[in-house]
Design a protein around this ligand. Sequence first.
Ligand code: SPV
Ligand code: MN
Length: 613
Amino acid sequence: MVDVHAALGRAGLRNVHVREYVRYWAELTGAERIEVISTSDDARLIGEALADGEILPAGEGRYYSRSYVKDTARSEERTIVATSNPADKGVYNNWRPAGEMRPLLEERMRGASAGKTMYVVPYLMAPSGSPLERYAAGVQLTDCRTVALHMIRMARVGVHYIDNLADPGSFVRAVHVTGDLAKLGQGTPDDQRCFVTIADERTIVHFGSSYGGNALLGKIAHGLRQAAYDGWASGEFLAEQFMLIGITDKLTGKRYHVCGGFPSASGKTNLAMMLPPDALADRYRVDFYGDDIAWLRADPDDGKIYAINPEFGVFGVAKDTSEVTNPTALAAVAPGTGTLFTNVAYNDLTHEVWWEGRTPAPPADLAGWRDWTGTLISERPTEDTGAPWAHPNSRFTTTLANVPNVAPDFDDPKGVPIDAIIFGGRTRDREPLIRAITDLAEGVYDGLTLGAEATFAAEGVEGLLRYDPMSMRPFMAYPEGAYAAHWLRVIGSAASQPIFAHVNWFQRDPEDGHYLWPGYRDNLRPLIWLLRLKEGEVRGRQTPVGIIPAHGELDLDGVAATPEELRTILSIDTPRWKQEMRHRERHLEQFAELPEEIWQAHRRVAAALDDAD
Ligand code: SPV
Ligand code: MN
């Protein structure tokens, strides 16, 4: 049995609750060594991982890893929220009794780290000194060094975050055991993977993956699921899958902050890292705070809603990241940034990386290039020649500070006051470029009915969206009715309310399918309109589903769209909306105890659409 006491003592980790927790899981998993990790260990761990061939060099100060081929993404079906209270069961949270889950996980994890090092990663999912700090402390145990390297980039990591807690026993216990990936039956009826957040015990136990949200437990499991549950249980805050940006009007000196949720593959990271379009660059500056998670609370002092990004890094999708779509992301993964790439294509000879969309065509000289599975491109069987070089969910991991337009105050413990909350789906019709919502219940209703087109035609009924409430469908921790009530309570308690808006960059021409709005940097334009609306500088045009920009209100200087295209994206398709309302009704009917305010909002919008005839 490994000497836990000595290992933690050497690291200066004195918190007795942490010691007891580590001892328990070290014994159960059979780990051979214990190593406590701080950010200052990064260079040494990188050196060891390179020496062991676990990661490969990808140019100066950049690294590359491949995951096991069947371990490339989060698994929603295998992810469970467990508690001891059956009333916590919702529609999307995959609730199971804690009393069943803990023994099952312990059984799978028993002896599963034999011969391995257990890395003890003390972390904080918040800037130090945040009013929400007590919900942010955690200790991840992992038997995978690459996971520890990711955690160093994605969270604030160090013994001091956990050794001086006001309540020394109050930290999230986050246990990660990789398991024998080749023997877990991923995707079969006998799938052994199991990713459980025991929310009312603040304990996360994930078995069977070393990838992404399955393994970096500070991120999704703590930062979203556990934090959402804690925010609800305490009544204090919301934890959401939101990006967070700052917009400064250099002419007036005013500074605004916007956060918002987008279902996966709707361009959230590109929006979060956007720069202003050239025509607006003299007047506006956009600052990056976060691309994936925000915690929101009402501040009792000034009555505003404040948001923090609890993360310390970006775990971004590589695919389609280019000079056009996201130049700041490319700068954030440039040589010298310590970036870890996963499952992109890699060149053995030059140590370059590449992914689909990085350049219009793949590198012409195939020498040394391997696809994400490690197969030489030049030797791929002919039936695979069209297969992507990089996995569609391949990633880059880099710290926030590497993003060139990171906000100067990104580390401010207080967070930033929120002026607007936006929701955005990916829909080829019905949703205009932007529609503003000034009523809280209608804003929450809009978030709850957020959806995107089903990705595969076979998945859906024509015109039926895959609803993704607040973009939290995969991360819901507690029942949706209670979730809506908690939103109404937290945001409603602020004296100064943010404005809501629904945005859609993805309307298409029904004839030839081309996008009607250029997107990317130009997405700043509707956001500026929204902030001006809130300031009373423009009035917009009231429609049954919100306020849309009136003619001439949107700054279109330098936008290539035709008047016809603009007319389409700035109008409401009433018949399509009426059909949508019927789908929404069935979607909302699933949720027990949905607050009456939300139903009233639904009925108000439906009645306004009827009156629009
Ligand atoms: C997501 O899937 O929404 C992510 C990536 O942010 S992961 O950390 O894998 O969940
Ligand atoms: Mn995400």
